[in-house]
Design a protein around this ligand. Structure first.
Ligand SMILES: [Mn+2]
Length: 279
């Protein structure tokens, strides 16, 4: 993919350049993380801005069983290196890396940490960038909340954060409805559909053109009443990312399957299992 830009001499041939890059749900620190594929991807792709859309490092897992191979370290080093070399890196934490939620507004190694971000694309369209987990409760009770109105909606969002904070204190893993719903195939479709609607509505609430999120490990790009819903997918099962081209066009790209390891799907199911107690 050539864009006609000059590249510096240290850059390997075949580098793909994008205006921005969005990745989420890497779950580094778990066996399911596709670190090798991710490294390949990060080596080949350059962008002016990289958004890390939550669940990058899996803090819930790391607490109970330390799993941190060299390849996971390499991914972190690669991102820090990109930040050092001038890429703007923005980290929007998710529920699995919520230990970073106390660091909004700070920088580490040139990486900005913030609760949400608004990305302005080259075509002038604005996107709310958010992980999406705080909407789990809203998705479950969407109908009731619609009756009860704005204040109930705000309370549900606040409660969502508190409940998971408490669960973590009690040693439970994050209760991820999305993962649970996925195991029950019948419910998965309706959960994902409602999640997409709720997130697109959030773009409307923020008076932007669309939302770019993660959390449910299901890459998608669709339109809801003129608002664009974009989900970056994950690097556990699907190895997907969202890229913004120089003209502002957004695209989902899926990394080839051959570089992935085989334990992915089993590990993916274990992530966010609601009934599993951390040791
Ligand atoms: Mn998540």
């Amino acid at each position: 993919m050539t864009t006609g830009q000059t590249s510096d001499s240290s850059e390997p041939a075949g580098t793909r350049r994008y205006r921005s890059l969005f990745i989420s749900d890497l779950h580094l620190g778990t066996r399911g993380a596709q670190a090798d594929a991710l490294l390949e991807f990060l080596r080949e792709c350059e962008a002016q801005t990289i958004y890390l859309v939550g669940d990058i490092v899996d803090g819930w897992r790391l607490r109970s069983a330390w799993y941190w191979p060299q390849s996971h370290n390499d991914v972190v080093q690669k991102l820090l290196r990109k930040a050092r070399k001038g890429t703007r890196v923005v980290y929007v934490p998710g529920n699995h890396d919520e230990f970073l939620r106390g660091f909004y507004g700070t920088h580490f190694g040139g990486i900005e940490v913030c609760e949400t971000a608004v990305h302005e694309a080259a075509d002038g369209r604005r996107y709310l960038v958010i992980h999406g987990d705080v909407f789990d409760m809203v998705v479950r009770h969407a109908k009731w909340l619609a009756y009860l109105g704005d204040w109930a909606y705000e309370i549900a969002l606040a409660l969502s954060i508190r409940i998971n904070w408490m669960r973590r204190r009690l040693g439970f893993t994050y209760w991820s409805l999305s993962a649970w719903a996925k195991l029950k195939v019948k419910n998965a479709v309706s959960y994902i559909g409602r999640y997409e609607e709720v997130l697109a509505a959030e773009a409307a609430r923020h008076a932007v053109d669309g939302v770019i999120c993660g959390h449910i490990h299901c890459a998608a790009m669709r339109d809801f009443d003129g608002f664009t819903y974009i989900n970056t997918g994950d690097w556990v099962e699907s190895c997907t990312a969202v890229v913004e081209h120089e003209d502002g066009r957004m695209e989902i790209i899926a990394w080839p399957a051959q570089s992935r390891t085989l334990n992915a799907s089993r590990a993916a199911i274990a992530i966010g299992r609601p009934w599993r107690r951390a040791a």
